[in-house]
Design a binder for this molecule. Structure first.
Ligand code: GLC
Length: 472
């Protein structure tokens, strides 16, 4: 053992560890309280505008895809560190005939610059993509190309194809966009870049995922994103939306974007690390649930715990390693890689510490400690996400059998965290099972809706096409 290792004050490490573990605990009882609180907030958010921290945004999607959609449609999916553009050729009952996409990462400075800079960048990339349209895609003569825009931030929709940005989340902060119509911003940028395209639908990623999920499976009624951020959308009965004063939809239903990331309850197991993360964030006091359970933040929570252990218990030597002091340097995918390290000597953990934090020569004991910390953070996040899902099941009456009949509920899931963080996903699925019980869990199924949000937006552009026969 090196001399540096000898200086670790294990008593102090254990004390910090135990306190953190205890504060992060999520008993099933606690989770049930959280689910109840979620259901209550959903009611309050539907009752009146601003009635709850849950915005419960009306999406203007009152009809989900039927599988009859036809033609070529584009989608632009913006909401995390990357954006995607895609085109699909829909062939009615035969499904998606062709599909192509391009993914581009967003330069970090554009996430905190001006709306013109961001949208010009996006439109430039979109123009490149459109220019490469192959002959697998058939645009009928005389028609403009149409696009579904997945914009994954809280938007007050004014119609299916317009809406104003309420606030930013997930590390974006572009002041001149707040209150602006996001479709108008995109349309102007497309004009500047010479793209002749019509935006036919504006949707949140959860709404897109719900639409994409329904296209493949008729029983999909809820969609949940667990990625950089987190959110859920679901199908609500229009009569249960007291704040909705528009014409009653023919279907009697309306998709609601809950914006559950902003959920907050006294039952949430908050720690000093969450509070510090929050107060130093770009959006203090907002998105507390999101900050505990989503991909943008979990690695940062781990970094903060390690920082305290380094500072107060000399976990990595006499001084705190400089890299460890950099906010957001430890990303959730790296945390996931460490958590999943099954090698006997925890080689992956050692390598990550070395590569990202420039910390070398850690003992096996230290590496085990780090894996356990990953487990505490991921378990808390996954179990809280499961409680949120139970909250939605409760709101839609799907948590109990009615007249001996149990509704079949399929939940379309997407997001990098769900897709890649296996321990998180398994824990969330097990927790749902624990919370709803053996019998009901037979009727609740989670399906991965891969890139559902982009395809869903294209499908909604198709069903809301300006050329659609039903429209006048
Ligand atoms: C954030 C956004 C929300 C989005 C979610 C998942 O919570 O506010 O609109 O759906 O992230 O991307």
């Amino acid at each position: 053992m090196s001399s540096v290792m000898k200086s670790i004050r294990w008593c102090k490490v254990v004390e910090i560890y135990n306190e953190f573990e205890e504060k992060c605990a999520t008993s099933n009882d606690k989770l049930k309280h959280i689910a109840e609180a979620m259901t209550e907030e959903m009611h309050a958010g539907l009752a009146s505008e601003g009635g709850s921290k849950l915005k419960m945004l009306v999406s203007y999607v009152d009809n989900l895809p039927t599988g009859e959609e036809e033609g070529v449609y584009y989608a632009l999916d913006l909401g995390g560190t990357n954006f995607r553009v895609l085109r699909v050729q829909l062939a009615g009952k035969s499904g998606i005939e062709s599909q192509e996409f391009m993914e581009v990462s967003i330069p970090p400075q554009l996430m905190v610059g001006t709306s013109k800079a961001l949208f010009d960048y996006i439109a430039t990339q979109l123009a490149k993509f459109v220019a490469k349209e192959s002959d697998k895609f058939h645009l009928p003569p005389g028609r403009k190309r149409e696009l579904g825009f997945t914009f994954s931030f809280p938007v007050m929709q004014l119609s299916i194809a317009s809406g104003t940005l309420m606030r930013w989340t997930k590390g974006f902060s572009i002041d001149d966009m707040i209150g602006q119509d996001v479709v108008a911003e995109l349309t102007q940028a497309m004009k500047r870049k010479g793209i002749d395209m019509h935006v036919s639908a504006l949707v949140n990623d959860t709404v897109g995922t719900l639409a994409g999920g329904r296209y493949n499976n008729n029983d999909v009624a809820i969609a949940v994103i667990l990625g950089t951020g987190t959110n859920a959308a679901y199908v609500e009965r229009a009569k249960d939306i007291p704040k909705w004063h528009g014409a009653p939809p023919k279907s009697g239903e309306m998709v609601i974007n809950t914006e559950w990331g902003n959920f907050r309850s006294s039952h949430l197991p908050l720690t000093e690390y969450d509070n510090a993360l929050d107060s130093e964030s770009l959006n203090p006091g907002q998105q507390m649930y999101e900050k505990m359970i989503s991909g943008m933040y979990m690695g940062e929570i781990l970094r903060r715990v390690l920082c305290r252990m380094a500072d107060e218990a000399a976990l990595f030597g006499d001084t705190v390693p400089p890299k460890l002091k950099t906010p957001f340097v430890l990303r959730t995918p790296e945390m996931s890689a460490m958590h999943h390290d099954t090698s006997e000597d925890l080689r992956v953990v050692g390598k990550k510490l070395n590569d990202i934090l420039e910390i070398s020569n850690t003992s096996l004991e230290t590496r085990k400690l780090i894996v356990n910390l990953c487990n505490i953070i991921a378990t808390r996040g996954a179990r809280l996400a499961a409680a949120g899902i139970l909250g939605i099941l409760r709101k839609t009456g799907r948590h109990v059998a009615k007249n001996g009949e149990t509704a079949k509920t399929v939940i379309a899931m997407d997001g990098g965290l769900y897709e890649h963080y296996t321990e998180y996903r398994k824990c969330m699925e097990n927790t749902i099972h624990e919370l709803v019980g053996d019998e009901l869990s037979q009727h609740v199924k989670l399906v991965h809706s891969n890139d559902g949000s982009g395809i869903g937006a294209a499908l909604l552009a198709a069903s809301h096409s300006q050329y659609s026969k039903d429209r006048n």
